[in-house]
Design a protein around this ligand. Structure first.
Ligand SMILES: Nc1nc2c(ncn2[C@@H]2O[C@H](COP(=O)(O)OP(=O)(O)OP(=O)(O)O)[C@@H](O)[C@H]2O)c(=O)[nH]1
Ligand SMILES: [Mg+2]
Ligand SMILES: [Zn+2]
Length: 291
């Protein structure tokens, strides 16, 4: 999106499109009618120009709350690449849990990438990774430095639309750069633009990658905290805790101080990983009550 113009990728190349007036009238100050990732129908006009006449229903959205209102940043994303590093900065398993929990209520497939695997003994991470794998999460060890795991990463992103998230310094740009050496140039280009005060609502770009698919690039999304999960919904977002919650004595059990709690029993019996349980209680303290 560039102001009033939207670049639409089609089977016959890119078209620079305006948006039909009727659609535009539905826009608000915060919300564009068309967002990056949308599937649209266009009417070609002269040359490579066109008019967006219809926006298809969105499969999934990534949004943030701005000035008290939900703003959609990008739609129809298939997967979120949750990038962390094995060291420098140190691995933070509870932070990974946070990202995983946030994707749980969406149609977005999370993929955990543990980068900088060259800096540690990979075998030591196996028990930790095994806990996530047992719940069905994809966790891939990679190194942008040595190339370890990069072929697998390329397979994971091919043909899919992925957003990338993770703390500063974990190697997101480095990984994108090995997926596509051209991507880095374009990444820095977008950042420079936004420094000049480009309106943040228009800055999401889907960058095509080799083998098909896109990486969603916006500085905002690279730091996104993902979505808020209401306190009542938290237990259900933990794939390992969810099976036990019906066994608790109290229907509103928070699984912390209550007696006759099936979740705490499961932790004591080794059915739920202790670190995951602590991750749950930590998040519980911080989440807000829903409305
Ligand atoms: N040893 C090692 N260093 C790496 C690896 N990947 C990235 N680095 C280094 O880690 C540092 C940070 O990498 P970046 O790619 O800039 O990290 P980033 O996640 O994009 O950081 P922000 O843009 O600040 O969010 C750089 O000095 C990289 O050279 C890796 O696999 N192994
Ligand atoms: Mg970066
Ligand atoms: Zn309980």
């Amino acid at each position: 999106m560039h102001g009033l113009k939207t670049i639409v990728e089609t089977g016959q190349g890119n078209f620079e499109c305006a948006t039909r007036g009727l659609l535009k009238s539905l826009a608000t100050e915060l919300q564009h009618v068309v967002v990056a990732g949308d599937h649209v129908m266009i009417r070609p006009e002269d040359g490579r120009q066109g008019m967006i006449v219809r926006v298809e229903p969105r499969r999934s959205v990534i949004s943030r709350t701005s000035r008290g209102r939900r703003q959609i940043l990008v739609s129809n994303v298939d997967q979120a690449l949750i990038v962390c590093s094995a060291a420098k900065p140190a691995l933070k398993p509870n932070l990974i849990d946070r990202y995983l929990i946030a994707t749980e209520q969406t149609d977005i497939q999370p993929i955990v990438l543990i980068n900088k695997i060259d800096l540690v003994d990979a075998a030591e991470l196996q028990p930790l990774i095994g806990v996530w794998s047992a719940m069905g999460y994809i966790v891939q060890m990679v190194s942008a430095e040595t190339g370890q795991g990069i072929e697998r990463l390329k397979q994971l992103v091919a043909g899919k639309d992925s957003v990338v998230t993770g703390q500063s310094g974990v190697g997101k740009s480095s990984l994108l750069n090995v997926i596509d050496p051209e991507l880095q140039l374009r990444t820095s280009h977008v950042s420079q633009d936004s420094e000049k005060g480009r309106h943040t609502t228009t800055s999401a770009v889907l960058v095509p990658i080799p083998g098909g698919g896109h990486i969603v690039d916006t500085p905002g999304i690279r730091q996104f905290q993902l979505w808020d999960v209401a306190r009542e919904e938290l237990e259900g977002c933990f794939r390992d805790i969810r099976p036990f919650i019906n066994g608790c004595r109290y229907p509103d059990c928070s699984h912390r101080h209550e007696t006759e709690c099936a979740v705490k029993d499961a932790v004591a019996d080794g059915m739920i990983d202790v670190r995951r349980y602590e991750s749950y209680t930590g998040m519980y303290e911080e989440t807000h009550r829903g409305t």
